[in-house]
Design a protein around this ligand. Sequence first.
Ligand code: URA
Length: 229
Amino acid sequence: MDLRQQYYLQTIGIQRWVLRQQPESETEIESPLPVTTPVSSYASLDWDTLQQQVAGCTACALHASRKQTVFGAGNKTADWLIIGEAPGAEEDAQGEPFVGRAGKLLNNMLKAIGLEREQVYIANILKCRPPNNRDPQPEEARQCSAYLARQIELIAPKIILAIGRIAAQKLLDTDQAIGRLRGVVHQLPEYNIPVVVTYHPAYLLRKPSEKRKAWQDLLLAYHTRNMQN
Ligand code: URA
């Protein structure tokens, strides 16, 4: 680990000694969980057409209150796909995911494992901002799921990092608590892609004492990625 990475670790509140932990010892491989079935009408869309479909989407009521859709951003051939919950006010204004305070912490979390934001792809469960940042409603997530499924197919990442409870539960189609979902390597069965769950950076900003666990999650994801070809 170089000095820059040590610096980024410091900024996310991680003591250097934590690096000596071996995540494998805490890792168990869970049996596959179901994932939302992609809607076939999107199954052959290329990036541009998919992005146009999202930009014009009126499938749920969120289209009425959004400033713009937030499709996703980053490297479309990335090994790493980061999936959050939904755009907030700043993302709605700028049209890009994770650009607010939580996004800055996410950038530093990625840097701590040697990744620049531009190297990964970042997307959300929802492409539109829920008013007052409320949780996504089941129907909104259902309507949006085919867009994310197609993004996953197009990127074909080596690993997915699910950021926060909502992203983890929607992606893995479970209502298990995030405390039970993290620390385990899940699989998206249809895609055979490993999924690691960690806390949302907005939660970590409110509760910095949980950053140590998030660091363990990042290490788990890092090692899981490195075990792929
Ligand atoms: N929180 C998320 O989950 N996604 C964003 O894009 C921004 C904040």
